[in-house]
Design a protein. Structure first.
Ligand SMILES: [Zn+2]
Ligand SMILES: [Zn+2]
Lengths: 265, 199
């Protein structure tokens, strides 16, 4: 019998039989794995919240021919508790988990950069210093980049020109100049390009100071670009919500009381 | 693969929740070997449940008439509604004998990753029930796991402008678990010690 340890972030849980769950975890060393947790849905379960989505957890697993079995779980950081009391943050976080799952296509293939990106993204989201939508878009842009699909943002993706960027051509790979722009390509405002670049590079000072309309345009483009690269799209993106937000919202987007469902273009 | 009708049965059984291909096969062969009278009773029960049982037009609980037994019972307190995910949670709470109000069954929990959003649950119906001002307290008894908590957060925020008392079952319930597995004493205590939810 082989036991092994790894730490990871719980991405998803599914009911299995009467009281068990299949838990999908993005681990530091083994990449994305699926493992069985026995009796977790029962009152006296010793796992409790430790195997809920968003939890950064230290695991001991028992290797089996089919699904590995979780024999121990210790919470390192319970991000779910912090996110679940704030609906816009919770929905943004859910889209991050789903994207991480989809971008680690092969089970058991190490994906350290994706793991670290998700860990950092959830921490930032839980700290509540920035608009959750900006945190999500930063995570999506960087995840795409780790997957080798970084969109061109400061040069034309067709001819390499660095000035006069006019359009955003999803299929061509990002920003295009006036000469290369074909009819039908989106024409984002220049500050939207700047915002996307700031998010990709981690320039939070710029991002936090951006205006609501550029944030909305940025989210639309990032979502469309992501959906183009992932065959079946990210289901939870449709449910990501912009809501009243107390921190990190100097541009005043929080003026909206009505929840707005994010357009996926 | 088996011959037509047998494979058909296996396929149908395999579509039931929690029944994998192996179990489906085992149940199918059990039925093939069973006494015809036993199978007849099962067939009748299946047919009756679809013919007779429907969902209460007020609360969404399973009912044998337009309205369920609880909604028709005049002795139940009309000012308190307990919101649960499934009908089986109503059964679990009724067993505690701790609650004398009425229910609202959502039909699940918000789960963006499974594609279930607020609009897929009976939330619009809940808002309609709250509109006439009879109801003063809303108890959110969704499952004590992440999706249940997120659903409670969403509902608390949604009804906030209405000025109701919104409460959540107290801790002590198994975090990460299903409400239906909580024992009666624990669930009863969670009811008694419910806390105000402020979002
Ligand atoms: Zn060009
Ligand atoms: Zn009813």
């Amino acid at each position: 019998m082989t036991l092994y340890r790894d730490e990871g972030i719980v991405l998803r849980t599914q009911k299995l039989g009467e009281a068990d769950r299949i838990v999908t975890v993005l681990t530091r060393r083994t990449g994305r794995i699926r493992a069985a947790a026995k009796g977790v849905r029962k009152t006296k379960s010793r796992f409790g919240a430790r195997l809920e989505p968003f939890t950064h957890v230290d695991l001991q697993l028992y290797e089996r021919r089919s699904l590995d079995l979780i024999t121990q779980a210790e919470t390192l950081r319970p991000y779910g508790e912090r996110l679940v009391t704030d609906y816009p943050r919770y929905t943004a976080g859910t889209a991050m988990l789903e994207t991480a799952e989809r971008l680690t296509a092969e089970e058991g293939e190490p994906a350290l950069r994706q793991f670290l990106l998700l860990l950092g993204g959830l921490r930032t989201l839980a700290e509540r210093d920035h608009d959750p939508r900006l945190v999500l878009d930063a995570f999506l842009l960087r995840s795409l980049s780790v997957a080798g699909w970084a969109p061109a943002l400061d040069e034309c993706c067709r001819c390499g020109t660095r000035g006069g960027l006019r359009g955003f051509a999803i299929a061509a790979g990002g920003a295009v100049c006036a000469n290369c722009r074909q009819p039908g390509a989106a024409t984002p405002a220049p500050p939207t390009f700047a915002l996307m670049l700031a998010l990709l590079r981690g320039d939070w000072e710029y991002a936090d100071g951006s205006e609501a309309r550029y944030r909305a345009e940025c989210s639309g483009l990032v979502a469309a670009y992501l959906q183009w690269h992932l065959e079946h799209g990210i289901r939870s993106l449709r449910h990501v919500e912009r809501g009243p937000d107390d921190a990190g919202d100097p541009a005043g987007t929080a003026a909206d009381d009505e929840p707005i469902t994010r357009e996926t273009v | 693969m088996y011959e037509g009708v047998v494979q058909n049965l296996i396929d149908e059984l395999g579509r039931l929740p929690g029944v994998g291909p192996k179990s489906a096969q085992r149940i199918a062969f059990h039925l093939l070997a069973a006494d015809p009278a036993d199978v007849e009773r099962l067939t009748k029960a299946l047919k009756e449940v679809k013919d007779k049982v429907r969902f209460c037009r007020t609360c969404g609980n399973v009912a044998e008439e337009e309205e369920c037994r609880i909604c028709r019972d005049a002795r139940r307190d009309p000012s308190v509604i307990c919101v649960v995910e499934e009908s089986k949670d109503v059964v679990a709470i009724e067993k505690t004998r701790e609650f004398r109000g009425r229910y609202h069954v959502l039909g699940g929990a918000i789960s963006p990753i499974e594609g279930v959003g607020p609009e897929d649950l009976r939330i619009r119906e809940l808002m309609q029930r709250l509109a006439d001002g009879t109801i003063t307290e809303l108890i959110l008894a969704t499952d004590p796991n992440l999706e249940g908590e997120a659903t409670a957060t969403y509902l608390a925020r949604l009804v906030k402008p209405m000025g109701l008392t919104v409460t959540r079952l107290a801790s002590g319930l198994p975090v990460g678990g299903d409400l239906e597995y909580a024992d009666e004493v624990t669930l009863g205590r969670a009811f008694e010690g419910r806390r105000l939810l402020d979002v």
